[in-house]
Design a protein. Structure first.
Length: 220
């Protein structure tokens, strides 16, 4: 399990957070290994199906055995029971589509990173007052970079990461970073259902490397 600061450092160093779910355990593990080979050291697996918990536990085992420095977080956490379950399963960080105060209290007390999804200044203020440091702007494509630049000065102490509909193009990523985000969350545009369906892992690896290089160039 990672400390809050370590999880923030690893996510910000890579400048992006890949996220995915697959009901199939072996595909879930194959994507994890592919991302690791591409240079990724923090991944969000999303809790979006009945198989999520058993897949996640197996992924933690594989991570411990083969890629110990990889942080494995859990996303789509919507209630305290889920947070407690994945805390026991060893998740390194937690992400929600919305702000869930009891999840924030539980995880902050445990010293684990919680990044709630927020869509309005009111939600961001509530999260900040609860002790949250890292905000997932969600859905990123609905809010857009202009929302980020509009609120950036109001929240100097918070870290922002848009997620949801975030494109992998240079123009999109550059616009987000220029607006003040510290990382971008990337799901289906990076790891599509089709690519997983056909086990096209080399496509994920190539795309992930391209995006990591792009972010490095943009931030120079
Ligand atoms: O919470 C995460 C988002 O649902 C991921 O969205 P995306 O697949 O459009 O990147």
């Amino acid at each position: 399990m990672s400390t809050i600061q370590n999880a923030i450092d690893v996510i910000l160093k890579q400048g992006m957070l890949p996220l995915y779910f697959n009901s199939d355990e072996s595909k879930s593990i194959a994507v994890l290994k592919t991302l690791y080979n591409a240079g990724i050291r923090a991944v969000e697996y999303t809790s979006r199906g009945p198989e999520a918990l058993s897949n996640f536990k197996k992924m933690i085992e594989v991570r411990n055995a083969e890629m110990p420095e990889m942080l494995l977080g859990i996303g789509t956490i919507k209630n305290l029971a889920q947070a407690e379950t994945y805390y026991l399963a060893g998740a390194d960080f937690f992400i929600s589509p919305g702000f869930v105060p009891e999840v924030a209290s539980f995880l902050i007390a445990k010293g684990v990173l919680y990044a709630p999804g927020c869509m309005t200044p009111t939600e961001i203020i509530a999260a900040e007052n609860a002790g949250v440091k890292f905000i997932k702007l969600f859905p990123g494509n609905i809010l857009g970079p202009d929302f980020m630049s509009g609120i950036r000065d109001i929240f100097p102490d918070l870290i922002f990461m848009p997620t949801g509909g975030v494109d992998t193009t240079r123009q999109s990523i550059e616009t987000w970073f220029n607006a003040g985000v510290s990382a971008v969350g990337m799901g289906s545009k990076l790891i599509s259902k089709e690519v997983m369906e056909f086990d096209a892992y080399e496509t994920i690896e190539k795309e992930t490397k391209r995006v990591l290089d792009l972010i490095e160039t943009i931030r120079k």
